[in-house]
Design a protein around this ligand. Structure first.
Ligand code: DX5
Ligand code: ZN
Length: 231
């Protein structure tokens, strides 16, 4: 079954994707609704397999529970060793974009092609120690690049200071490709680190802890939005 992705093309505006990893799962519906009302652009869903990263999180059932209940496109980040095993289940559950890791144990090009065949947008993520230049051969098949600003696996970690330089290098590569590709950043994003990443060229921001652990998540989202305007 071919699915129609509701994921928008890169448009020069900043998109903010709250990560439900830090949400109160007892109140997931309310948390998502308040992010929608506050003007969030996408919802970021972290999938962890206990191998690629030393943690476990959600599976397709959680994506299925969100689909149709929210208007926000579902940005699904697969931190798994064998993403090829999970493309169909997440597509059928309702993901709009699937991001896989360049460091995963699968053939990257065929994984990206398969995501597109399923009718979804395709992203590629790199960990903080991976050279962004390795992305160059796959940019022609990529809709979004996700730069990790922490070592993946857990929410609430501190932004790694080397991240802006990686983002700048990635922005140069994307611009040279001549394609419209989102440059998303993930890990340690808050109102203080946002100007560092937007000035370096990021146009999509994932934030978990900074939003959902705040006393007022809506105002935390607004503060990130304000900070992102200092480009
Ligand atoms: C970490 C995940 C992130 C996480 C970010 O491995 O990929 O998406 O939710 O969380 P914060 O914003 O808390 O660093
Ligand atoms: Zn993530």
């Amino acid at each position: 079954m071919k699915i129609t992705s509701h994921f928008p093309a890169a448009n020069g505006k900043i998109s903010i994707a709250p990560s439900i990893l830090s949400a109160d799962l007892f109140r997931l519906g309310e948390e998502v609704r308040s992010m929608e009302m506050a003007g969030a652009d996408w919802l970021h869903v972290d999938i962890m397999d206990g191998h690629f990263v030393p943690n476990l999180s959600f599976g397709p059932a959680v994506v299925r529970s969100l689909k149709g209940k929210t208007t926000l496109p579902l940005d699904v980040h697969l931190m798994v060793e064998k993403p090829s095993q999970f493309l169909e289940p997440f597509a059928q559950a309702g993901a709009d974009l699937l991001t896989v890791h360049l460091e995963a144990q699968d053939d990257l090009k065929s994984t990206l092609n398969r995501i597109h065949q399923l009718g979804l947008k395709a992203g590629v993520s790199i960990k903080p120690d991976t050279d962004p230049q390795l992305l160059a051969p796959v940019l022609s098949e990529t809709d979004l690049v996700l730069i990790m600003c922490v070592y993946p696996g857990f929410g609430g970690q501190s932004f790694l200071p080397g991240s802006p330089a990686l983002i700048e290098r990635t922005r140069t590569l994307i611009n040279a490709s001549g394609r419209s590709i989102w440059l998303e950043v993930d890990g340690g994003i808050n109102a203080q680190t946002t100007p560092l990443v937007t000035q370096a060229g990021a146009d999509a921001l994932v934030a978990g802890n900074a939003i959902f652990s705040a006393a007022d998540p809506v105002s935390a989202l607004n503060q990130i939005r304000q900070a992102s305007l200092h480009r």
